[in-house]
Each structure stands twice: as C-alpha cells, then as structure tokens.
Design a protein around this ligand. Structure first.
Ligand code: GUN
Length: 283
C-alpha cells in the first residue's frame, strides 16, 4: 500500500515559510508583496480558484487585488489593464485566470504581461528560459509537482519518468523540469500508441490530462511514484483525479490524493513566485 503524499500538509509548511519571507519584505519596503489577479467572465471553477488564491494571499501576508471583468470584455481592454499593472510599483505579480472567453486570444494576453511579473511562468520569455536552463518564474503546477516528488526522498537522477498530457501549463514544462533533475522523460499524449508499454518501466508517473480516472493500478510498475494533477468534477458533485486512487495505491510506493495533493501545492507555488518577483523587483 502506497504512502500518501500529503500535499495539503506540505503546502501548509511551505506557506508558513513564505509568510515569514513576506513579512521580512514588508518590513524592509514598507509595503506587502502584491499580486493582481484578473478574472474575465463567470466560469464557476475559475471563480472558486480565484477565491482560493485571494484567501491564500491574505493568510500569507501578500496583498491580492482581484479585477473582475465581464465575459464580453474586449481584448484591447484586458491588455490595457495588464499594461497599467505592468507599470504599477505596488504590483509584483500578475495572473490572468485561464481559460479566457473565446473573443480573446490567450497567447496575446499572456505575452502582454511583463516577464518580471509573470507569476504563472507562461510568458514565452520565461518558457524559453526554463527550456534553456531555468527561469526566475516557473509555472506553479509543475513546480509544485517536483517539490512533492522531492519530499518522498527518492533519488530522481536516472529514473524513468512518464508525463501524461502535453499542455503548455503542466505537461510540457514538467517534462523539462524532470529532465533537469536528470530523469529520462517520456511525454505521452492523446496520440500515444501504447501507453501501457511506456508505463511498464515508469518509476515516476505524472498524469495531467483532465479526464476522471483514466489511469488505474494495472498499468503501473510496482513501487512507482504517482502524481495526479487532475481535478475532475463528477456528476454527483464529488471531485476526483485522473488516476483511480484505490487501485493505483495498491501498486505505487507513493501517491498524491485528489483533493489534497497537487492543488494546494500549486497555490503555494503561486505565493512563492509572487514573493520571488517582489524581491527581484526591489533588488
Ligand atoms: N487555470 C487553470 N490553471 C491555471 C493556472 O495555473 N494559472 C492560470 N492563470 N489559470 C489557470
């Protein structure tokens, strides 16, 4: 039976340290690190995520300001707001909650955010820096996944890692980060012919597809580490991951639960990136 990687507890510990760092920043500069969150439209999941980010900032000594824009907001209006925030001395981090409504080109918006305030790490400058070596600001979810894996104490160097899902937000940057840790990385996706073949030798499996329980224990190598990035809402209102937890926990040595695994760590990494951006801004 696998040991559960308690993301909630690990994130709480990280947040405790970040709170001290935020307090030190505030003492030195007479203002708190500041995060601006932009929410366009009223996607129910996005509203919950943004509320959770606001609450986490408040608890950690970060000043969060949320800009709620209507679903029919023009792209030019959104970009004008980002440009205003880019030049505000009180704002150290800018996050535009995704997905954006159809009339807005996501890539254009992400490119409008100053790379120095890009706490999501999605700007092409930061994505390119990550690919070449490392970026000051790296995407929160993959960064959180790496931290969670490291808490197990397993040696990453030389391990076979399989990442399922190739999104710009999670799968692709995570594959790069695992390679940086000297893993041998396989990036699987919807066109992968034989997922089972790749999983047979996988010491580390990260599932970031967004489909409920697409992976079960029968695919896994005994003793592997499983990181479940999925947050899927079922018709009965409950939330589950991309991994069938019970069967996977019988095979794996370590596994993250959903909820209480990657999710809390993503928020902790957002707080960390905001503090990194604030410290760099004032360095
Ligand atoms: N929507 C889902 N995940 C994310 C994320 O990590 N950042 C932003 N900005 N939006 C998201």
């Amino acid at each position: 039976m696998a040991t559960i990687i308690d993301g909630k507890a690990i994130a709480a510990e990280v947040r405790g340290r970040l709170k001290e760092r935020a307090e030190q920043f505030a003492q030195k500069h007479s203002h708190k690190p500041g995060l601006a969150v932009i929410l366009v439209g009223d996607d129910p999941a996005s509203k919950i995520y943004v509320r959770n980010k606001e609450k986490a900032c408040e608890k950690s000594g970060i000043a969060a300001s949320t800009y709620r824009l209507s679903a029919d907001t023009a792209q030019s209006e959104l970009i004008a707001l980002i440009e205003k925030l880019n030049s505000s001395a009180d704002v150290h981090g800018i996050l535009v909650q995704l997905p954006l409504p159809a009339q807005i080109e996501t890539q254009r918006v992400l490119e409008a955010i100053s790379p120095l305030k890009d706490v999501d790490g999605f700007h092409p400058y930061n994505a390119g820096k990550l690919l070449q070596s490392s970026a000051l600001l790296e995407p929160c979810t993959p960064k959180g996944c790496i931290r969670l894996i490291k808490t197990t104490g397993i040696e990453l160097s030389g391990k076979n890692a399989v990442v399922i899902g190739r999104s710009n937000l999670v799968g692709k940057p995570l594959a790069v980060m695992l390679e940086r840790e000297n893993c041998t990385v396989t990036l699987c996706h919807s066109k992968t012919k034989d997922l089972e073949y790749h999983l047979k030798n996988a010491d580390i499996v990260v599932c970031a597809v967004g489909k409920a329980r697409i992976l079960d224990g029968s695919f896994l190598k005994p003793g592997c580490t499983v990181i479940d990035v999925g947050i899927n809402r079922l018709s009965d209102g409950t939330v589950c991951g991309d991994v069938d937890f019970d069967s996977a926990a019988e095979k794996a040595a370590f596994i993250t639960p959903v909820p209480g695994g990657v999710g809390p760590m993503t928020i902790a990494m957002l707080l960390e990136n905001t503090i990194i951006a604030a410290e760099a801004f004032n360095a």
